[in-house]
Design a protein around this ligand. Sequence first.
Ligand SMILES: [Zn+2]
Length: 286
Amino acid sequence: MWDYAEANRITTLEAVMAEECIFCHRHLLRIPSQKFVAGEKTLLAQVSICQACGWWSVYRVHQGEYQQTAGFAESYSATIGSLKELDLTDISTPLAEVRQYLLAKENSMFDAHPQLFENVVASVFSGLGWNARVTAYSGDDGIDIVLDGPDDKTIGVQVKRYRRERRIEAEQIRSFAGALLLNGHTKGVFVATSPFRKGAQNTARKYADFGYPIELIDAEKLLDALGIAQISSSKIGKKQIASYFLRTGVHVGTGLHREFSPGEDIRLRSVILQTFARGDFIEEED
Ligand SMILES: [Zn+2]
């Protein structure tokens, strides 16, 4: 899901050297630098990757003679992945990509297809260890996802994908509580992309006092949970990354600098930012 479409906007050295993801601001995982030696040439490469949204950057140090850097003892090059547009109104968009995309571009959740959004929310619960089932998409009885709890108890989840301005009212909590009761759920979770009004929060608290807990999850909490679920489910094969990002980059810095063309396959190219420098002086190339 990462390509060069927005490359110009983020090709800065800061982005490459950043310790935090420039999209979702989570801490980047740094894979220990790898060293490749080919004859007189040495390539040192450092990969940083965001385990939540999947953004990555590669920073390389080339030592030895290269065509374009003749005269320099070392040259530096870097590669960063940038965000590709995803169509979230398309229900068939792969869930794994949708999750990464939402983390990288949180405002896009308001435009997501409602059913796709329910699937994403269900996948977050699954990622957190629940057995989550999306209920059949027929009519709206108020329960969109069912979570299986211990002792055959079930938790009903309602998902509301609203614009930020459209706050959740107390009445919606009351009708959700009714749906929970009718369907035999012992607990409820109300997930909304818009904030809960004070009255809605008070209503949920009252149900909790009666022993009928309804948890309220707004956009911020949902994104936090999504990030946690992503990181715990992300399997980063350090060896795979080394061969994927680093080996394709071994040729980098030998002088070829091709323009990016839209739609180009990311796996066939690895350079969008190249800097050549002596010592600490690093200059960005146009
Ligand atoms: Zn990120």
